[in-house]
Design a protein around this ligand. Structure first.
Ligand code: F6R
Length: 611
């Protein structure tokens, strides 16, 4: 949802900013822009509609904008269509202030009205231009950037990460955020602002996490933070453990392909991070055995694929720990006035840790005095900081918009929670516990083995290239995989698909099955294979073309399926970790065949920081 960058140092700013924006392009890619202070007290701006390469061309790789201090932006349109005019940065009327913004200013219409009455004119449809002119208004009133921004914060409603250049302050950037991510990195005589770590990993791993409404004054190699009363706030630097290479494609054609191939390692790292002395241990994540014993219900809140990981966790948790689990979309939970329950643990799952709805759901749970646990991938993200406890998945930076490795690591966190709750609640035998723990450690190798057969999935994708509608059906954990497989297909290949619990098909959607409709059945649960198989037969009788993802050599499956995709055997509870791999590959190859932009699918952005 828009990415912002800033740089001040010894180098030419524009190429560094473009490089950072390239790493953030997953956050928005309908237009981009740069503003650079040229050392002669001018702020020069370049903006371009379309992907970042357009801005790159327009500025000759940044050479056209001289200066060592600047800000940049890649946009995912909220207010106003994608166009050069609406692209950031935006200027004040006399071009002495320029700003980039990520988020939404909710009261922008009211503020625009007030500023218009003060004589301000507007050239774009954006809330960011309003934000820039509001800062200008307060700057002209107080003559001080920090005070101007503090007044801006007091006046606006909504979410924002804002970086501002003032002509009067060469080689300095002023920034603030509220509910939109922002980090500031320092290295020697340089300082960097970014919406996310990958943008600056190449330059530094020492970062400050900017807290809500803190104002940063960024100079060469130095950052000073202020609160709204202009008192200095002391902050500690955090060292990032991700390596710079993890934000590069590393020879793969797409980040998504690379990230799918990282899944064996990511799953292994996540499992290893959860086991201490041969047992699952949650004591480092703010969830002691005593805390767990008090929990009577669990509510998982999340969006998109993270929600799907929650659905898989629900089946495993209820099966192993015999505890009631409810999984809710964050966007629903936050507004449905949930009943406060002090015995309920609310688990928020989020790769980015910045998803606006999930952050709001977390706050709602905290307001209701429920204990909260975050399962998050990005260190120091808002959800991680605000939850009572946090379990970090070990996926490393995920750049492709469609999640793969982060989803896989979220699944592992869910299994580990289930095993932990089961031991504390005494609902699992030692034997079964050990069996599952040992099965968990075999998953990376099994995922690797599926990835090695990727050509067969590529072939299947080429056969399915003309399908207009695809159905995914399964039961139990297999159903949880289906909803994820269906989402992957929709988002990157733009093929219409639906996922249904296999038993539900005949209650309506079966009327959509016609000659040649592709139905993909996930058949990983030994006790449910026959049931799902009969649902597949029902669709086959109506002309469907059947593909089955399964782990056995069951002849019954072969008799029904036109295409059989076999993955290694695993316990049914962990089936999602294996069955999802061919579904990810299928969506990927279909997207490639269609010539889509796999890593940056249309209309989407990775970190959804607006509701
Ligand atoms: C789908 C996808 C999205 C995210 C969702 C939540 O491939 O990536 O559906 O899962 O936007 O994002 P996070 O996990 O960052 O809260």
């Amino acid at each position: 949802m828009c990415g912002i960058v800033g740089y001040v140092g010894e180098k030419q700013a524009a190429p560094v900013l473009l490089d950072g924006l390239e790493k953030l392009e997953y956050r928005g890619y309908d237009s981009a822009g740069l503003a650079v202070l040229d050392g002669k007290n001018n702020i020069n701006i370049a903006r371009a509609k379309g992907k970042l390469c357009e801005l790159f061309k327009k500025t000759d790789g940044g050479k056209a904008l001289e200066g060592v201090c600047g800000i940049g932006h890649t946009r995912w349109a909220t207010h106003g269509e994608p166009s050069e005019n609406n692209a950031h940065p935006h200027f004040n009327d006399d071009k002495t202030i320029a700003a980039v913004h990520n988020g939404i200013i909710e009261n922008y219409a009211e503020l625009k009205g007030k500023l218009s009455r003060q004589g301000y004119e507007f050239y774009s449809e954006t809330d960011t231009e309003v934000a820039t002119k509001l800062v200008d208004y307060y700057y002209k009133k107080h003559g001080d950037p920090v005070r101007a921004i503090a007044n801006f914060v007091l006046r606006v409603r909504g979410s924002y990460a804002l970086a501002v250049l003032f002509k009067d302050y060469p080689d300095q950037i002023f920034a603030v955020r509220k509910d939109s991510p922002m980090i500031i990195g320092v290295a020697g005589g340089e300082a960097f602002i970014a919406s996310d770590v990958p943008a600056i990993l190449k330059y530094t791993k020492s970062v400050y996490y900017v807290a809500n409404t803190e104002i940063a004054h960024v100079e060469k190699g130095k950052v000073t933070f202020y609160n709204l009363d202009k008192e200095v706030v002391e902050k500690d630097l955090t060292e990032i453990t991700w390596n710079a290479q993890s934000a590069e494609k590393d020879g793969y054609e797409h980040f998504m392909l690379k990230e799918m191939h990282e899944q064996p390692r990511v799953v292994k790292d996540t499992v290893n991070g959860l086991i201490k002395d041969g047992k699952i241990d949650f004591s480092d994540f703010g969830l002691s055995d005593k805390d767990i014993a008090k929990v009577k219900h669990i509510t998982v809140v999340a969006c998109g694929s993270a929600y799907h990981a929650g659905v898989a966790a629900q089946y495993v948790l209820e099966e192993l720990a015999r505890i009631p689990v409810r999984v809710e979309l964050s966007s629903e939970f936050r507004y449905r006035n949930p009943v406060a329950d002090k015995n309920c643990l609310v688990i928020v799952i989020s790769q980015s840790g910045e998803t606006a709805d999930s952050l709001a759901a977390l706050r709602e749970a905290k307001k209701l005095k429920m204990k909260t646990l975050a399962i998050v991938n990005v260190l120091g993200s808002s959800i991680a900081r605000e939850a009572d406890g946090v379990l970090y998945t070990k996926a490393g930076p995920e750049i492709a918009v469609a999640t793969t490795k982060a989803y896989s690591s979220q699944l592992i966190a869910g299994y580990a929670l289930a095993l932990k709750f089961a031991t504390v609640r005494n609902t699992i035998t030692q034997e079964r516990y050990k069996e599952l723990l040992s099965e968990l450690s075999t998953l990376p190798e099994k995922i690797e083995c599926i990835l090695k057969q990727k050509e067969s999935i590529q072939h299947f994708a080429s056969e399915a290239a003309n399908k207009k509608n695809v159905f995914f059906i399964g039961r139990g954990v297999d159903y949880a995989v289906c909803i994820e497989g269906s989402l992957k297909l929709k988002e990157i290949s733009y093929v219409h698909s639906e996922a249904y619990a296999a038993g539900e098909l005949k209650h309506g959607p079966i009327s959509l099955i016609e000659d040649g409709t592709l139905v993909i059945g996930v058949l990983m649960q030994e006790n449910l294979i026959e049931k799902t198989l009969s649902n597949l037969v029902e669709t086959k009788s109506r002309g469907a073309y059947i593909a089955a993802v399964t782990c056995g050599d069951d002849k019954k499956v072969e008799n029904v399926a036109d295409v059989k995709i076999t993955v290694p055997y695993t316990d049914g509870l962990f089936a999602a970790s294996l069955a999802v791999i061919p579904l990810q590959l299928f969506a990927y190859y279909l997207s490639v065949l269609k010539g889509n932009d796999v890593d940056k699918p249309r209309n989407l952005a990775k970190s959804v920081t607006v509701e």
